[in-house]
Design a protein around this ligand. Structure first.
Ligand code: ZN
Length: 225
């Protein structure tokens, strides 16, 4: 019986990739499982997994940080299915120029490139709509708290518009985990308004997360992966 030492931490990406390929090739399923277990927290399957303070996505491989596309390619090749929706989401967060990278190992197959760009656009456009409605409502209503960006008394109108734009960007950009993670609106608006913005946003993100495998074209549902 071949025994592998227990890995205390996730090895850097190129080592991780070689070990993963080797354990697959020679059928060392225990060692393979151990490797895959190490990245589970970084590639959450539940929306709560995006919580703050968690090492997410390719950051788990430490330095040098691998290209998000390279990770997505490896997971696809090695059928690490549970991690595919989040790996695609991370690749999408890299933006268009990162998605079309042509450096070795980072070229996404045509279909995957198309579905990742599509997924990115679906999430972005719907989130923009949500933010637009939220900011319109907030602008009309106005807040009485003078320290709040939604304060009705902010003058001149240009400055008010600027403050409302800050709220819009906060809602659209999300937190450290990208578009789908909760933003820290507390720095911009008062606690009351933050709650008003965050509650519908969270509901929307949870709903979108449920559809993430479908949005990125890697499966019909989380259960299926
Ligand atoms: Zn307020």
């Amino acid at each position: 019986v071949t025994r592998f030492p227990a890995w205390r931490k996730v090895p850097e990406f190129t080592v991780f990739a070689s070990l993963l390929r080797m354990t697959t090739k020679y059928g060392f399923s225990d060692a393979r499982e151990q490797l895959v277990d190490g990245i589970k927290g970084a590639y959450p399957t539940g929306w709560e997994g995006l919580g703050t303070g968690v090492v997410l996505g390719e950051d788990i491989f430490g330095s040098p940080k691998p290209h998000k596309n390279a990770v997505l390619n490896l997971f696809t090749e090695q059928s690490i299915k549970f991690a595919l929706p989040f790996a695609a989401y991370r690749a999408a967060l890299g933006g268009f120029s990162s998605l079309i990278s042509d450096e070795p190992g980072t070229v996404l197959p045509r279909r995957m490139l198309a579905s990742t760009v599509y997924g990115m656009e679906v999430i972005r456009s719907k989130l923009a709509m949500l933010a637009h409605v939220a900011v319109c409502d907030m602008g009309l209503e106005g807040c009485s708290n003078t320290a709040c960006a939604a304060n009705a008394g902010i003058n001149p109108p240009d400055q008010r518009r600027e403050e409302l734009a800050k709220i819009y960007l906060g809602v659209v950009n999300g937190g450290a985990g990208g578009m789908l993670s909760p933003p820290s609106l507390g720095n911009t608006v008062c606690a009351n308004c933050a709650k008003k913005l965050e509650t519908p946003r969270r509901r929307w993100c949870e709903m979108t997360w449920e559809k993430l495998p479908h949005i990125f074209g890697v499966g019909n549902s989380w259960e299926e992966l």
